[in-house]
Design a protein. Structure first.
Length: 187
């Protein structure tokens, strides 16, 4: 009998780039319903390159917070997932809802097009509806179970893990050099 994989119980929301990666570890729950948010050109123009909580789509989600069936305090977008923070404790996010999306090209465009030339040339990229999908059981079947976690010098201690997606996004935006990225991958 095949063993079912459970969804992650926590996830990281990155809020800083540079030599030290700054993040919050928050409890996560998969969303139950799809949500459609309406994009505006101003959201795209306000986007910050290399930031998961300051990109075009996160501004759009926070502005459309009334459309979510839960509270929306902060939104974090990576290439395939969206985390909507609904609870804060002691000044830091403590819980979020996970949504899936297929707007990786817009996430990358936010990081690479610093002058916003492509958005200004074609505002229809930003002024449209965006669907945030709730993860369903059928989608989880394709998720692979992670193997053993990386360990330190064979003494049972765990080595720190640098998330490749956030690091690649910061590198593409020019916030992290190639040498620093290679050094972080060696950890």
């Amino acid at each position: 009998m095949a063993r079912k994989t459970k969804p992650r119980k926590t996830m990281r929301i990155f809020y800083g780039t540079g030599k030290v990666k700054l993040y919050w570890t928050v409890r996560v729950t998969d969303a139950k319903k799809n949500v459609v948010v309406e994009g505006k050109l101003m959201d795209a123009l306000r986007g910050t390159p290399g930031q998961t909580i300051g990109c075009h789509l996160s501004h759009c989600a926070v502005r459309n917070s009334a459309r979510f069936p839960h509270e929306c305090i902060l939104a974090s977008f990576t290439k395939g997932t969206c985390a909507i923070v609904d609870k804060v404790a002691n000044g830091a996010p403590s819980h979020c809802y996970r949504y899936l999306h297929s707007y990786a090209h817009l996430v990358e465009l936010n990081d690479t097009d610093r002058e916003r030339a492509k958005i200004m040339a074609d505002p229809s990229l930003a002024e449209r509806s965006f669907l945030l999908r709730a993860p369903v059981g059928a989608m989880r079947k394709g998720w692979r179970k992670r193997g053993n976690k990386p360990e330190g010098k064979h003494d049972g201690t765990r080595a720190s893990v640098v998330p490749r997606g956030a690091l690649a996004r910061a590198r593409k935006a020019g916030l992290v050099t190639a040498d620093l990225a290679n050094a972080l991958n060696q950890i």
